[in-house]
Write a protein that binds this ligand. Structure first.
Ligand SMILES: [Zn+2]
Length: 289
């Protein structure tokens, strides 16, 4: 029998997976659930007195034997104190390398960092601000992100420009430390970035496949388990109809191929299988593995 794993750990083939939660934070429930009535979503996730619901900055580590890969770097330390207070974050951010070290993994061993997209809540731990500008938080890593997403970040559209902080990626691109990739880019054998439009145009989901088993990081395509219902689309998704179609595509694969999945912001679930469900179309399947 396989050794018992802590709930924040899992194994797919030769890959050891670890969930690292950068922080738990609180965000407006209406923004998270869009046109879904509060009477429905609040049954899943009760809101506080300011209509906020708890979320997490979920980052995943993949240890392959040859590489240590970090997917996402969380909310970082670039928010101003008022923004931190609004999200019920502690005044001073935990350092992500320190949080990773607490899981028994040497942050210096991370040689690859992948960002599913470049919104601040997914890549603010890429860099740390120093007197000489932004420096890589993972000095031995090559970083990977979508080229289309990077180009969109620089278009500064009024709808979503607030989501982008150039210090999280531009210094890395300028120094050659960040590689900008296209749909289907294989980072190492088995680990692939796939464009999954909906939340925005070029967000990517990341699959890690070893010995016929697959882990899929769904990022903001499915930010929490409540969003497994395809029509429960967040208010901040730029292309809601595409969110529904893209979700249905990836979740159907996840069910049929018995994948293990991770969500971008679920504060309670580290790893889960996905099952078909008569009412909500898809649902968590914690007994899948
Ligand atoms: Zn997000």
């Amino acid at each position: 029998m396989a050794p018992a794993l802590a709930p924040h750990s899992a194994q797919v083939g030769d890959f050891a997976l670890t969930l690292v939660r950068d922080s738990v934070y609180w965000w407006d429930g209406g923004a998270l659930f869009g046109v879904v009535p509060k009477t429905l979503w609040s049954r899943h996730t009760p809101a506080d007195e300011l209509n906020r619901v708890p979320l997490a900055f979920n980052c995943y580590l993949i240890q392959t034997g040859n590489h240590t890969i970090l997917i996402e770097t969380g909310g970082g330390d670039k928010m101003d104190p008022r923004a931190r207070e609004r999200a019920k974050l502690p005044p001073v951010a935990d350092s992500l390398p320190e949080v990773i070290a607490r899981h028994g993994i040497d942050p210096e061993s991370i040689d690859i960092v992948i960002n599913s997209h470049l919104h601040w809540d997914h890549c603010s731990g890429n860099t740390v601000l120093t007197a000489n500008g932004a420096a890589p938080a993972f000095p031995h890593a090559q970083y990977f992100a979508s080229r289309g997403e990077w180009e969109h970040a620089h278009q500064r559209h009024v709808r979503d420009s607030v989501a982008y902080i150039d210090a999280n990626y531009d210094p890395l691109v300028a120094s050659g430390r960040m590689t900008l990739v296209e749909d289907g880019h294989q980072v190492i054998p088995g680990v692939t970035m796939h464009r999954a439009p909906g939340h925005n145009r070029d967000m990517m989901v990341i699959t890690a496949e070893s010995r016929g088993q697959t882990f899929c990081f769904l990022s903001d395509l499915v930010p929490t388990a409540a969003h497994l219902q395809p029509t429960w689309v967040a208010g901040f998704d730029l292309y809601p109809l595409e969110s529904i179609d893209t979700r249905t595509h990836w979740l159907t694969k996840a069910v049929n191929e018995n994948w293990l999945c991770g969500f971008g912001h679920d504060p309670g679930i580290a790893f889960t299988g996905i099952a078909y469900h008569a009412k909500t179309i898809f649902a968590v399947n914690q007994t899948a593995r």
